[in-house]
Structure formats: C-alpha cells, structure tokens
Design a protein around this ligand. Structure first.
Ligand code: SF4
Ligand code: SF4
Length: 670
C-alpha cells in the first residue's frame, strides 16, 4: 500500500516537471507562481519518502506557571504517544484540540481527567496514562505537521501564553515553505535580468489608479456627508467606552474580559489584517480618540465655521499653539509606541492596566486639543498612527488629487486651509503636494472642501507605495519590523524562560524586566537600524553605484514594509483565531460577573482553524518576502540602474531578509 502511494507521488512529480516546458510560454506572473509552487511542492513531496516506522514514545509532561516541559514534542507520523502528566504548582490543562483532548491536571495527583474538546459534556476519562496516535484524518495526515497545545485552566495572569507544540515528521509544511522561499529568491534574481526597464503599468503612478468616487455616486454621497462618518465614530466611541468600563471593573481573567478581548484580539486583528491593508489609515476616519478634541477646537461636529485662525479659513477655539519644531517628526511617536510595546504583556494580562491606558489615550488628545494646533496628538504622539502610518502606503486605498494641473493652478488651497464646506486639514496637508499616504488621516475633509472636486479616493495595487521620506520614517519602519519579531518570539514562542523576562505581574521579575526593556529599546533604536545601515553600506560598496548610503538606507527601510505588515498579520492571526470562542463567551458576560445575555457564556472553547494557522503564517512570510524583494528592485529600476548594479545593491538586503524569513518559517512551522 505504502509502495503504491509512493508510486503515485512519483508520477505526480514527473507530470509536474513535464509542465515546466509548457510554463515557459506563460505570462510572467503565472510563471512566477508556478516557480514558487513547484519549488515548494518538490521538497514537500520528496520528504514523504523519508517517513519512519511508527514507534511507541513515553512522554511525561510537566505543567507549571507558565509553560510545559517538554515544550516541544517531536514524533513521527503514526507514533503512539503515551502521555503522563504532573503539575508543579496549581491546576493546569493540556489542551490539544486537533486530537480532541483536554487533560485536566491537578498538583500532587497522578491521575488526570480527560475531556473531549468536541463535547466537554461527554463523560470524562480518568486515567494515569493517555495514549494518542500522532496522525490526522485523510489527506490532512500529509499536510498537518504542527499542532499547538495550550492550557485551559486559568492559572494566573500569564496563563494565555502557556503553550507548547507537537511536531509530526515529516514536516510537509516546513519543506514546502522553505522550497517556496527559494522560489521567491529565484524570481527576484530572474526579475533583475528581465528585459523591461520598468513595469508596463507603474503601480505607484496615480494616473493608473481607479477613481472610486467618479462612478460610484452613492459612495461619493456617503463620503461628502458627515453623517456616516460621525455615526461610525460614535459607534467606535461606544465600543471604547465598553472596553474601558469592562477592563477596569470586570474580571481580572483577560480571556474572560470583553474589554481585553475586543482590544487585543478583535481590534488588533481588524486593524492589521483588514483595515490597514485594504484602507490604510481608514481607522483614523472613524477613530473616536480625537472626537472630544475636535469638538473643543471646532465647536461643532457638523457644519464648518468660517473665520480666521492662524491662516486657516475656519474658526477654531482653544490656544492653537504651534507644535514645537524640534518635535515635528516621528521620534515622540516612536517613544510612545515603544513604551506601550514594553508594557504590552502587562496590558494584555492585566485588564485594569489595559483599561487605564485606553482611558489615558482618550483623555490626552482632548487635553492637547485645548492647547495645541489641530490634532497635535494624532500628528505627533498617537501610537496607533506610529503603526498604521507607515503601512498606509501598503494599502489598496489612497486619497489623492485627480489632476495635478488643477492643484498647481489653485491659489486658495481649501484642502489645507478649509472653507464653509470642509474643515481645514487637521494634519496640515496640501493635497496638491501629497505624494505619500502616511501623514493623511483620511478624515475626508479635503474631499468636502475642494471646490474643483479634484480630491478623490483611489483604488491601487497592494504594497505599491515604497518611498520613505525621512530618517525618522525609516527608523519607524525598522522599529515596527523589529517589534513584530520580538513579539512573535515572546507571545507565540514555546519558551517559558523568555516570558519570565516580561512577568512583572505575579512573579514581579523586575530585574529581568529591566534586561528585557534595555534589550528591546536598544534593538529597536540602535542595533537593527545600525544593521540596516551596514547593509546599505555593503550594497553601496558592492555595486559601486553613486548613491548615498542614506538613500540606500531609506530604500531598504521602505521596501521592508510589506514584509513587516505580513509578519504582523502572521503574528496577530492566532490572537483572534485561538480566542474567538472567548469573545463569544464574553459578549454574553462582558464583566465576567456570571451574566449570560445571549446564552453563549458557557460556549466550550474551540479555536478557529487551528490546523491551518501555521500554513497561513508560512504563506504570509513567503508572500511578504516576495513583495519586499519586488519593491527593492522597483526602487532601483526607477533610478534606471543596470541589472548588475541592481543585483549588488539589493543583495545585502535580500540575503538579510531571506535569513530572517528562514528563521521565521522555522519558528512558525517547526
Ligand atoms: S492618529 Fe491616532 S488618535 Fe488620531 S485618528 Fe488616527 S488612530 Fe485616532
Ligand atoms: S483633509 Fe484630506 S489630506 Fe488632510 S488628513 Fe483629511 S483626508 Fe487627508
């Protein structure tokens, strides 16, 4: 039977090779997909020939706050795993949904109670040893190699991070994704020597984008009226209010607190996976944080007041003091973002801290609005802007002018200065000069104020913007990338020792936390940007191109953004997928006080597609690498560099990113 299966696999591989001839004539994009798939499939299929005979393995699993030992169980497909358990401190569980087991473990008791995850009301089995066979049903047996085991008994504030992984060999996903990575690198090399000096349709030229308001009259009406926007803002404000109240006054169990779940599972997922890639800073369009500040400054939610305030054509209240010139950059935002990043675990694990921070984020813009110029908080302080700003260029939505000529002739600059139809741009932008999307908060006022109807929303290809204007923008891009890697290791990793460094809640590890903070800040602010600077120097030296290191450094940082965004997606995916049931539970019992509004408070824990999470994560990494390598080449093509110059200039960046991708694939799939 096994021989027959292997024969079928061989025939499939031969057919695959046959079709290579055919693919030579296919369009470039299809050919690229084929190369990546073929290079992924070959090792993925080949590794099936290296299976071992199933054996019996006897494994004792020690549970403790906040980890499992062993944190990784490796076995061969079909192995019988004889599992025994113990707990060092309090009650824990060994929750492995793919194998339908939730093993409740109590300290000083050898026997464990095994529940079915499919139906926890089934009669549990009480046993000293649990035996499972390391295999999945049907075709999944060949595709699924990684499963995550977790704890389903609240054992302390960091309980959510208690996890380990079961790896079943051969690891098809690892082989497939490493092969695909090679394919992406090959496409990158082939791309350098492709004949065309540029893409036939330049993706970053607005004249090639689709004007969304030109034909869609309904959308235009919705954008021009303030009603939909304000309704959505108030809806978001209500949610923030719920988040603050439930976080501060609700249960201290994060997984049962709707405030924490809405904030760190739902909102984070929506903003990273949906809103930013599709709509850039569209969150800012409906963000409730500046709502009270706007009200103080404008004195009205709807009709713009005409008048004169510091060169604007609108009347604004408050002191309207100019923001200090020295702070007119990203640095303050980076510091705020980094500070919140440092305490992120504390915020996630302690609902009260989380609620207080959000409350502060609501109060600060209101306070600043009375003192400083328009939306000073948004422009210079907001940590969300620090994140969505750089990624706004990746989005498929952008606000731009329809005709540059019209803007050039315009003397009134209503988009920037405002008029009776639209408020002055709260971000100080003149649309005629706008080339990048990061600074625009998509407040839509300029669409309302432009009397020539020359401002619109455009649909464009994903990840088409890649220019980075200043060193502080570059630093921000590198900071976001570095934090994504550090977060992945901290929160998704199976190393409980590392998490000791962030546990200032119940273990009060302040000394280790000091080391963690110093490491995080120095990595983000010095070491990784320093490394990028060295890479830029290397690229410059290899290629002998007359470009300044600064220019290469900026190009590298700009091209890093697609990879960072997709890495953030890979990071945030399990946050929602794993916790989706807890969101449903907590919707019925938002404070964790024993209510049951919708009858869902006791829904059994089920993760969403747990088997497929590593596959999606691996695909995101491969795709991110592809987009970043594509963008770096586009940067050089734009400067009309020769292929060999492009190659040498890109090589340090490409090799670095390949190395990081290999590390991340090993991390996510193995
Ligand atoms: S910059 Fe920050 S506070 Fe301002 S609208 Fe955007 S997310 Fe909200
Ligand atoms: S007024 Fe226009 S350019 Fe300024 S932030 Fe709003 S949408 Fe962007």
């Amino acid at each position: 039977m096994a021989l027959f299966r292997k024969l079928k696999i061989t025939i499939f591989m031969l057919r695959l090779m046959e079709s290579i001839q055919f693919m030579k004539k296919a369009p470039i994009r299809i050919r690229n997909v084929f190369i990546v798939l073929a290079l992924g499939l070959i090792p993925a299929i080949a590794c099936q020939f290296f299976t071992q005979e199933p054996v019996d393995r006897y494994i004792h699993i020690r549970n403790f706050r906040y980890g499992k030992d062993p944190a990784v169980i490796r076995c061969n497909r079909g192995d019988r795993l004889h599992l025994t358990f113990s707990s060092d401190d309090t009650g824990h569980s060994f929750f492995l949904e793919e194998f339908d087991i939730d093993v409740k473990v109590s300290p000083a008791v050898e026997e464990v109670t095994v529940f079915s995850t499919r139906d926890p009301s089934d009669k549990p089995i009480i046993t000293k040893e649990l035996t499972i066979t390391a295999e999945h049903p049907g075709l999944l047996n060949y595709l699924i190699s990684k499963s995550q085991y977790r704890c389903h008994v609240w054992c302390g504030p960091m309980h959510a991070f208690e996890q380990g992984k079961l790896i079943i060999l051969p690891n098809t996903l690892l082989c497939f994704s490493l092969g695909s990575l090679l394919g992406v690198f090959m496409i990158f090399l082939l791309g350098i020597f492709r004949r065309s000096a540029g893409d036939p349709v330049s993706p970053d030229d607005p004249s090639n984008w689709r004007d969304l308001l030109k034909r869609n009259k309904l959308l235009k009406k919705l954008v021009q009226s303030r009603w939909p926007q304000i309704l959505l803002m108030f809806f978001a404000l209500t949610l923030i209010y719920i988040v603050i109240m439930t976080s501060i006054f609700g249960t201290k169990m994060s997984g049962r607190n709707i405030g924490v779940l809405l904030m760190w599972a739902v909102w984070l997922f929506l903003i990273i996976v949906v809103m930013t890639p599709l709509g850039g800073r569209v969150w800012c369009t409906i963000c409730p944080l500046p709502i009270f500040g706007d009200l103080i400054q404008r004195g009205s939610l709807f009709t713009p007041r005409t008048g004169k305030t510091r060169g604007y054509n609108n009347k604004f209240f408050g002191l309207s003091l100019p923001w200090p010139q020295r702070l007119d950059n990203n640095w303050l935002r980076i510091i705020v973002f980094l500070t919140l990043a440092t305490f992120s675990t504390t915020m996630v694990a302690s609902p009260r801290v989380s609620g207080l921070v959000i409350l502060m984020l609501l109060l600060l813009p209101t306070l600043m609005a009375g003192i400083f110029e328009l939306r000073a908080f948004c422009r210079y302080v907001c940590p969300v802007h620090a994140f969505v700003g750089p990624f706004a260029g990746m989005s498929t939505l952008a606000l731009r002018n329809r005709s540059q000529e019209v803007c050039d002739k315009c003397k009134a600059h209503y988009c920037e200065k405002g008029n009776a139809h639209g408020w002055a741009c709260p971000y100080g932008i003149n649309v005629g000069e706008m080339k990048e999307s990061d600074k625009c908060g998509l407040c839509l006022e300029c669409i309302r104020s432009c009397t020539y109807d020359n401002v619109s929303l455009f649909k464009r290809p994903f990840a088409s913007e890649r220019k980075i204007g200043s060193m502080s923008d570059a630093w921000l891009s590198i900071a976001i990338f570095t934090i994504a890697i550090i977060y992945s290791i901290l929160y998704l990793g199976h190393w409980p020792e590392i998490r000791e460094y962030i546990n200032i809640l119940d273990k009060k590890n302040w000394d280790l936390f000091g080391i963690y903070t110093a490491t995080l800040w120095s990595m983000v602010l010095f070491f990784v940007p320093g490394l990028f600077f060295l890479l830029a120097r290397a690229g410059q030296a290899f290629s002998s191109v007359k470009l300044r290191t600064r220019e290469i450094f900026l190009s590298y940082s700009g091209s890093l953004l697609p990879f960072s965004l997709l890495l953030w997606m890979a990071f945030v995916l399990p946050m929602l997928f794993v916790n989706i049931t807890f969101v449903i539970q907590s919707a019925s019992d938002p404070f964790g006080w024993g209510w049951d509004f919708f009858g869902t408070a006791n829904t059994p824990w089920h993760q969403f597609m747990p088997r497929y999470i590593p596959w999606i994560q691996a695909l995101l990494i491969v795709l991110g690498l592809n987009l970043s390598l594509r963008n770096i080449l586009r940067s050089w093509r734009e400067k009309e560099l020769k292929p060999l110059q492009q190659l040498w200039l890109s090589l340090p960046f490409a090799l670095f990113l390949m190395g990081v991708s290999v590390g991340l694939l090993l991390f996510f799939t193995n």
